[in-house]
Write a protein that binds this ligand. Sequence first.
Ligand code: PEP
Ligand code: MG
Length: 800
Amino acid sequence: MSSRDTANVLWFDDLHRKDVNLVGGKSSSLGEMTSSMNVPVPYGYATTARAYRYFMNATGLNDKVNALLEGIKDYEDSDELHETCEKIRNMIVGAKMPDDLADDIKEGYAQLADKVGQANPFVAIRSSATAEDLPNASFAGQQESYLNIRGEDDVVDRVQQCYSSLFTDRATYYRHKQNFPHEKVALSAAVQMIVFSKASGIMFSVNVANGDASKIVIDSIYGLGEYIVLGKVTPNHFVVDKQSMKIVEKNVVKQTIELVRDANGGTKEEPVPDELQEKQVLTDDQVIELAGYAKEIERHYGCYMDMEFALDKNTDRLWIVQARPETVWSQKKKKADAAKEEDADTVDASDAKVLVRGLPASPGMASGVVHVIDNPEDIDQFKKGEILVTLMTSPDWVPAMKKAAAIVTNNGGMTCHAAIVSREMQIPCIVGTKSKKVAATDVLKTGDVITVDATNGIVYEGKVDSIVKKDNNSAQGGQVVAAETFAPTATGVMMNLGDPDLAEKYSTLPADGIGLMREEFLWTTFIHEHPLYLIEQGHPEKVIDMLADGISKVARAMAPRPVVLRLSDFKSSEYRNLKGGEKYEPHEPADLLGWRGASRYYDPKYIEAFKLELGAVKKVRNEFGLKNLNVMIPFVRTVDEAKKVTDIMRNEGLVRNEDFKVYMMAEIPSNIILADKFNQYVDGYSIGSNDLAMLILGCDRNNDTVAHLFDERNLAVKRAIKHLIKAAHKDGKTVSICGQAPSEYPDFTNFLIQCGIDYVSVNPDMVKATKRNVAHFEQRIMLDKATGRGLQDPTDYDWE
Ligand code: PEP
Ligand code: MG
């Protein structure tokens, strides 16, 4: 056994990327750059996995922890789990570290002080978990980080706190579920000189805008780098040519705010001094110096790299603080390299073998490599361009779903989560394969090459080139062409769109506005944290700012056309998945029928969060001046609820008027039956045919077993719709529809027009077709009226 294997502490100079088992991924990668490359990495050392085990054994904690864990009767009982884990964490933090280990850590700190030439320097302490026998230890424990730590005793204390973070409720639960013994995980803490960032940023050794491998791109802002990630500040952008090492492109935009480290720990926002605001954040020389490091790091790792850097305000030195392989363009390159080989595997359409069938939830074709995700915890392993195969998706999967070439699920009907999201993002998607006898996850295995024909709901074995090419050439291929012309229509054609990243692209479609912007997309894509948790953390402004940011992107892209933002309509199981949600969300047996929509807004438990949603609307309308934003209230069960919610809105300063409309989803039978009573509280309705069909037919929209009975064209649903339009029009209220029905059944749009609907709101891929269909249907009605002929619809829709 070498001395490295028995060391409690190893310096970055002695570490290499192969040392993941000794010190975890983070420290071994910082070590690789320090020991084997000519790049400046802030000095530091790591406590080893061995040191953690020694601590746990010498203090007797290992046995005590095991005994406590064995005592857990029910891991599903979150109170019991929490109580035990808290006890374990307190025991670890409170234990006395063996003297020789504490001395090694303190000795490391003293040497670090010598190296930086300061007594008691500030350090950052970061934890990284390691797990024996497993290359991917990300599940093993929480990744704690402590900044601004100073003094040897504090350093030892924080290392112990890092150790305790292996026993968060979530990590413990997950190891149990995986049958992974707790003794097999260990924790390494990296103790590293802190950089007091005057400026910081990110760089890539490939131009991420277009994949040009001959360029390095560098983005830099004043202060800490978080504001780049959050998009709060537009960074200076530099492009450097790798060959000539010259700056070939430069974009310097004024920066007025920066995030800086607070002397008392934490961070705070400050204005950038006036004289610096319009100045280049980095000098040209610094840009070139960074580009040199980027080149060196890429050469060493042999792939495109994604790196973070910081410029120290005391020394004016540049430091590389993180380097990891870049994924998007590396993946594309790999794909292009593999394409020639793959071509040999191409299957002829006539020989293609059908593997699975399901419901065609979002049209399109794609072929690629299957990645089966059984456990939500593994979703971050999903890579761009793969085909996602799973039981069912949930809102916190959206960022991963965006990367999928196609999606295939076992469960769900045409209005389930996977169906709605993939249609919005125009990703081919097949749901409910189980309902067609063979479940996708029984047949499709990670690594298989398949072709998904989501227009017809069929999955083929191998790469069936003719199918994929046919789709790429077809008019439905998702390309947005602005030059086509469309006849004006009396019935407005709107679009359903919630993802702000797509707003610019789809704004060129001939839609008359956004008929449904689901707020849930903003939570799952940008915010990720539960609103009540953010309030508890003292950051309510984060909700307002991030919501307003996302909403304004859509409103700005569409202006002057109207945008209808639907206020939050998460179910409790979905809210629970947001960070911190566990504490606030009830466990409901059927949450589609539970605490959702309007019923939350006036509830004392949620009202403060609702006010933040309204705050974001006010910010977009009043501060950003985007008056094309209107709102919609979902899932209003009673007339009293409509009153309560609109009262709160009024008290918050959101009053209906000529240029601010408040709509209501018509998606519960009571909305239809009592439309004459609801009318006084709203400007109009949008029919949620997904929930409405579910509730009229008593047919769970997410249950594939009854998917064949779920049909919005049922006479009961049609009668309800006709009645609503009549009742609404009597009081001058408009009616739209934003459920899936008109996107799925073009003929349904004909029925709606016959009933006098004012708008139809469809998925982006159906906007053009619907615009054409509506023009056609309207002409037909006029022609029939003029000639007195035309087909009589035999169905009796009237219901009085
Ligand atoms: C509906 O119910 O038809 C609707 C559009 O809302 P969601 O699918 O988000 O419930
Ligand atoms: Mg609904």
